[in-house]
Ligand binder design. Sequence first.
Ligand code: PMP
Length: 446
Amino acid sequence: MLPKTTDPSAPATASRAEVKLSRRWQWATRGRAISYLMEQAVENPHAISLAAGLVDPSTLPVAETRTVLADLLGDSERGCRALQYGTTPGSERLRRQVAILLGRLEKNSAAQNGAGHAAAEIDPSRLILTTGSQQLLSLVGEVLLDPDDICLVAAPTYFVFLGVIHGLGARAVPIPADENGMQIDLLEQELERIEAAGELSKVKLIYAVSYYENPSGISLSTERRRELVRLAERWSRDQKIFVLEDAAYRQLHYDGPDRPSIWSFDPSHETVILAQTFSKSFSPGLRCGYGLLPKPLVRPIVDRKGNEDFGSSNFIQHLLATVLESGIYEPHVEQVCASYRVKRDRMLAAAEKYFADLPGVSWVRPQGGLYVWMTLPEQIETGLDSPFFDRAVKVDGVMYVPGELCYAGTPAQRRRNQMRLSFGVESPDKIEEGIRRLASAVRAVM
Ligand code: PMP
């Protein structure tokens, strides 16, 4: 029998087969709002972006990095070490430097506050270097949260971490924040409610952006830091409840008290996971963050990270170690802060100038970070599909992050009349112009 010949013009049956993506992919689709925001930025190139969380390009350490690179590659042996694979937890050289840096930050804030535990001795074996602190946040979620587990978060909070929680099929439960951050009494009430519902065994994590929260600019008060650790320990009954302290903006401090970390109120170092990054203080392009972990989490996180990448860029870690060893890091951070302080002040002055006479508008004065959080009158919705967003982008030419993206929970638990305004990327003059345009959009819809 002759073999059947195939007709090359006939559609291949395989192409009609359904693409079956994983449940984890479905859970991850929440991140699409950000893509939409980015599309809007591309389609409206003349719009002033108070949306982008990028750092100020004029503060990026191009000259410093050039010098360090020349140093790193100027010596063949050093260059070879940096260009080789590294280890999964990351370069010992950089971990030693990070331990010194963290020790110094803890000592400084303890000296100013007489609070917390100085804990100047940071154990480098508890440190893991990651691809931005975002990877650390994600790894923590992966090793702790099964589908349907619960992570308690402030309302509002960092929307990308909400995406991480949802991406794991877990639940983010919002705890309202006031001017001192997450309200600990409401957190306790929520835990009581969860316990009454028989779900306490699902609570694994409390997530807190401790310095100049993204988006609200608010810092958790010192007293609440202490209370948060105590509460997590008290409620660790069925299983351990960890506090994930996201201190991404810690070094962008412009005025007001330099608070001790939440981690410093955990003398056993068994409850708080501290996440920090070089993105805001040095360069986000280097993608280097780190986590200081309770001992029982070190191995699981290294195991999980090993599955993903065997370790973050060894080359970048050697580069950053050279930056820290050479003493150029601290002066650079001071320069960065001086530049952002001017831009924050310009945004606040512009808000005063253009919004002061608009009833029902208020905003937070942040003591650090990159964002001013503005609340409009209740009836002005700011969401991506609102007439206000459309008007602001297309007519007035200004972009912001809608506040409702930063809330976990049911639609009823989200406030719809808020905006995150970043003073990171635009120049001071553009920031003032952006705020003027925003006020004009508010007037138009009022
Ligand atoms: N946490 C917060 C609160 C952030 O705003 C960001 C970045 N925008 C990150 C973590 C992650 O930053 P990176 O991965 O660059 O360290």
